[in-house]
Design a protein around this ligand. Structure first.
Ligand code: SAM
Length: 464
């Protein structure tokens, strides 16, 4: 693949850029596959992909800057791996896993934080953020494009956490949440040159005009969202573009126009990440070049908003507007979840949702300002004093561990995920969780003469 010469020309002066090595690594055709494991859904990592690849072991090696990140020596079929569908890992480009290190170095994660992932679909950064924030924190995972919110929600459901709120809003809709967030991540839409190796077609879409257009859009997005960052809060900005106009120049603009302070990171030499300095503000930025490390092109920078007022988080006073459950209904759902008294329950169009109690006020605030696509964990529908459990509950970390599960082999798991009829020898009756390598895949209902497969139709695997 030939990198556009206008891109090469724009990078000549950029620190760490090595024209020859850069062009060579783009011609090599090398494809890197990496995954990040979900620590809340532990699996035996040594065997997981060997089974997948017809017993031909896929070698694992660690992503140097992320303890849960691993490179795979070849790309297995993720679609036919039940663990992928159960949320045991997320397939994520290795450079972008550096977000975890960036956050650890710029904010105290032991606090309860209000975190916003503004440009979140399909959910790579959000699942990472959810894994690193404390139990008493909230993550708002937002995506402006409606079609992309569906895949974002699906990935959040698979990840299993209850403290994520998925929203579908334009950055300017956040205006009413002034000073609300402790941490905002803007993984901005960009001209995409960093992903040329993964998607060679992107080369044809790249142009100097698109870089300029992206730069203006990035400024618009940042200007819209910055008022919602609290004083003293942290902003993380990242792109998968090499163009300085979308990277260091944005840092200059943020510091010049908004008075933000740059945050620098400690790097290990062996990571080969390049620290750059923006020309006017001297802000630090971090570049990932594929000829220097095992990952794709990526840029990340962190900033602190000046603590002007010295005020704590701004509290907005709003009342929730969802219908609550009756005490009789609460009795119905109690046996289904772990530590039920840590949650409050709401009803929306007959569906019962569990939200961690400590998020009660935040949910009301978010509801007053945003379009919420999903919050907490959908438990199911109560019909005649019985809960018809939802798929979200099966995949969540809040399910009662005493609920019966049946472990199945891979071919049965795949039949289930294809929503086919399945055969299981058991004396159980009623709702049962299907598990594969102890990872929950979803519900079946065992009746006296048949087994009903409750895997969501819209999620089923459709390939052979
Ligand atoms: N953070 C995601 C992840 O790690 O999986 C990838 C995000 S992608 C680089 C950028 C996202 O920004 C896309 O989902 C895109 O739909 C969204 N986007 C596009 N235009 C936008 C705008 N004007 N404001 C906010 N987000 C926008």
């Amino acid at each position: 693949m030939k990198v556009p010469s206008a891109l090469i020309d724009s990078l000549i002066e950029t620190k760490g850029f090595d024209k020859e090595a850069f062009e060579k690594v783009h011609q090599s055709g090398e494809q890197i596959t990496s995954v990040r494991f979900n620590a809340q859904k532990p699996v035996d990592q040594s065997t997981i992909f060997s089974v997948e690849n017809n017993n031909e072991a896929i070698a694992f090696s660690s992503v140097p800057w992320n303890a849960n990140g691993y490179y795979l020596s070849s790309r297995p079929s993720f679609t036919t791996d039940p663990l992928f569908h159960g949320g045991a890992y997320y397939v994520q480009e290795a450079s972008s896993m550096f977000l975890e290190e960036a956050i650890r170095q710029s904010i105290d994660l032991s606090q309860s934080l209000r975190v916003l992932d503004l440009c979140a679909a399909p959910g790579g950064k959000s699942t990472l953020l959810q894994s690193v924030i404390s139990d008493k924190s909230i993550l708002v995972s937002n995506e402006v494009i409606k079609l992309r919110v569906t895949v974002l929600s699906e990935n959040i459901i698979k990840w299993g956490a209850a403290n994520v709120v998925v929203t579908n809003n334009d950055p300017k809709d956040f205006q009413r949440l002034q000073g609300y967030f402790d941490l905002i991540v803007v993984d901005a839409p960009c001209s995409g040159s960093g992903l040329f190796r993964k998607d060679p077609r992107a080369v044809n879409e790249w142009s100097e005009q698109s870089v300029e257009m992206c730069c203006h859009r990035q400024q618009r997005i940042l200007a819209d969202i910055l008022p919602t960052l609290k004083d003293g809060g942290t902003l993380i900005y990242s792109t998968c573009s090499y163009s300085p106009m979308e990277d260091e120049d944005i840092s200059d603009w943020l510091i010049n126009d908004f008075g933000l302070e740059s945050i620098s990171f400690q790097l290990k030499n062996e990571w080969n990440i390049i620290e750059t300095t923006a020309s006017i503000s001297r802000a630090k930025g971090y570049r990932f070049y594929p000829d220097k490390l095992k990952g794709e092109g990526f840029f990340i920078a962190a900033f602190r908003k000046e603590n002007l007022s010295g005020l704590e988080k701004r509290d907005l006073n709003v009342k929730g507007k969802s219908e609550r459950l009756t005490s009789k209904e609460i009795e119905v759902i109690k046996p289904w979840i772990d530590k039920w008294d840590n949650f409050f329950f709401i009803k929306q169009k007959e569906e019962v949702i569990a939200v961690p109690l400590y998020l009660e006020k935040d949910l009301a605030i978010l509801q007053s300002a945003l379009y919420i696509k999903k919050a907490g964990v959908k438990l199911g529908v109560i019909i005649r004093s019985e809960l018809i459990p939802d798929h979200e509950l099966a995949l969540s970390n809040i399910i009662n561990p005493l609920i019966a599960g049946i472990e199945v082999d891979k071919s049965t798991a795949l039949e289930y995920l294809r929503k086919q009829d399945i055969n299981i020898e058991t004396n159980y009756k009623g709702w049962i969780l299907l598990t594969y390598q102890q990872i929950k895949l979803g519900w079946i209902k065992l009746l006296s003469n048949r087994i009903n497969n409750y895997y969501p139709k819209e999620w089923r695997i459709v390939n052979k």
